[in-house]
Design a protein around this ligand. Sequence first.
Ligand SMILES: *Cc1c(COP(=O)(O)O)cnc(C)c1O
Length: 390
Amino acid sequence: MRNEEMLLIPGPTPVVDSIYDALASETRSHTDPRFVAIYKKVLEQTRNLFKTDGEVFIVSGSGTIAMEMALVNTVAAGEKILVISQGYFGDRFIPLGKAFGIEVDILQSEWGKQVDPEDVEKLLGEKQYKAVTITHADTSTGVAANLEALVPIIKEHGALVILDGVCATAAMEEDMSKVYGSNPNDKIDIILTGSQKAIGIPPGLAIIAFNQTALEARKQIDRVPAYYCDIYNWLPIMQDPSKYFATPPVNLIYAYEEGMRLVLEEGLEKRYARHDAFGRAVRAALSEYGMTALADESVAASTLSCIQYPEGIDDAEFRAALAKKGVIVSGALAHLAGKAFRIGHMGNTTAQMLENAIQYIGETLNELGHKADITKAMERFRSTVSLAVN
Ligand SMILES: *Cc1c(COP(=O)(O)O)cnc(C)c1O
């Protein structure tokens, strides 16, 4: 492993040597048939990953540009969206919508909780929305969305389901062929994601899947208020990657090919189970230190956890001491800043890395004067990981 530190933040996540090697391959022309073949292959793999009947777009940009691409191609200025927000990243759709003259209504949960599907149903019954946005795993709170309940309600009311999978794709189930309710159309219409979270390659790729219903919504919009983000400029390239619109990030596409190879080699079902086990085990182990997750276990995301400090632990001091041992975690956002930290447990992260992190967190707590039983926490980690995986 080339990495000197364990990057346990909610993205970017640990990159493994084979991905670094791919990234460092010779940069070729974006029209070189050898590169075009790779671009074609990853587009096909991404269609299979999401099981979409529509089209996928892989472009340069971070997750946020994927959010923008999802919205501007389906909702016109003056139309309404409903934002279901379970934290900071859910909220990001609010200024994003407003920037394009979209009318935005918001349903926010208390941080750490889910939005009540009954509240969604009530609002959808009162007003006509073009689309509803859902954040699969909100990276500020570690809360997962209740897709089973939300998707059928939204589709019954004729709105598009736009799912932000930036911190979930390839770790939590995202299947665009899955019918969530009793109607065959009860499906997710758009999934958008980024490369640096559970997919586990460096930041820089925006990945978006549109189903046929979402593509139809684009057709209804006369003029999309964007150029780079207009999917009609990208559609010919996605169908034939030897064509040019804007230079694709050649080396990142190499890295993505290797990242996807690792994802598919492990298998999606296994990956979902592994991430579920990691999340449960990290939270169980840290609870032995008197550190509780913000999200209840029943709504917790598999990919990251927001962990509250015990009395008397200073956030900056804790994270600096932990970083000295080579473990990097994130601070919490907004009103939770200083009161909690966020730990990612996704992508190429291994059980061994997490077990080591549990040990170093215990050592750090002891150094800061908070008694932590490291043996017990590590035992709890190991038993929870193996129970959940088997
Ligand atoms: C990280 C993240 C984003 C933003 O992605 P960027 O790559 O930072 O633009 C959006 N949504 C969620 C859920 C995220 O975790």
